[in-house]
Ligand binder design. Sequence first.
Ligand SMILES: C[S@@+](CC[C@H](N)C(=O)[O-])C[C@H]1O[C@@H](n2cnc3c(N)ncnc32)[C@H](O)[C@@H]1O
Ligand SMILES: Nc1nc2[nH]cc(C(=O)O)c2c(=O)[nH]1
Ligand code: SF4
Ligand SMILES: [Mg+2]
Length: 223
Amino acid sequence: MAAVRPAGQSGDRLRITEIFHSIQGEADAIGWRTVFVRLTGCPLRCIWCDTEYSFHGGDWHTVDDILAEVASYGACHVCVTGGEPLAQKRCIPLLARLCDAGYEVSLETSGALDISAVDPRVRKVMDLKAPDSGESARNLWTNLAYLLSHDQVKIVIASRADYEWARGVLAEHAIDRRCMVLFSPVHGAVQPRELAEWIIADRLPVRFQLQLHKLLWNDAPGH
Ligand SMILES: C[S@@+](CC[C@H](N)C(=O)[O-])C[C@H]1O[C@@H](n2cnc3c(N)ncnc32)[C@H](O)[C@@H]1O
Ligand SMILES: Nc1nc2[nH]cc(C(=O)O)c2c(=O)[nH]1
Ligand code: SF4
Ligand SMILES: [Mg+2]
């Protein structure tokens, strides 16, 4: 007898807010034409989150359907994001299937959920949440041990206090010896030039980044 499930759900489906084709606006793959798969739902509530529309709603899709839609755009790069993608357990097999299909796969994740089961072919872009996000108590520090050299740690900075926290964490955990570290200003909260000047003054071994898609499209949906 078939299992009884809530309407619209199935055992091998993921809840998806959007799949869209754009230019990667963040992290090491910045500038590449990329297909984004945005999974619905997040257990965090970062004060400055630019993707609150992904917290609720979404539609259930099978992994096969997601692969077919991704393939239709003819891009080499796929970015799995959210919401918090790792909050859905089917994210792990989705990532492996995307790698098997030959894509360069990246994963945007909050740093609050266990990353140990993520396929090693995936380039993880893991945030560490600074205090002004309101969610720094959720950082899962054991995740640092699972970072590979192609992964990246991103700290999104809203103030001088966040910057000093980030500088301290970088030194304490020697994160730059594990992988690339990105410092990014919260869009609209800290002057990008100010953050750039702090990094230069302190000679930090980090990569400054701005969200390219906000410069290009001013945060319009589907970009
Ligand atoms: C929307 S999140 C989705 C993935 C995951 N939940 C996370 O937080 O990494 C994707 C990236 O956007 C960043 N982000 C969200 N809102 C932002 C903002 N207002 N300014 C700069 N970066 C932001 C997050 O820090 C994260 O690195
Ligand atoms: N163009 C573009 N690049 C992105 N890189 C990461 C994104 C995200 O929301 O996780 C994102 C996004 O929303 N748009
Ligand atoms: S973890 Fe990511 S999606 Fe969730 S609230 Fe924070 S920035 Fe937004
Ligand atoms: Mg975004």
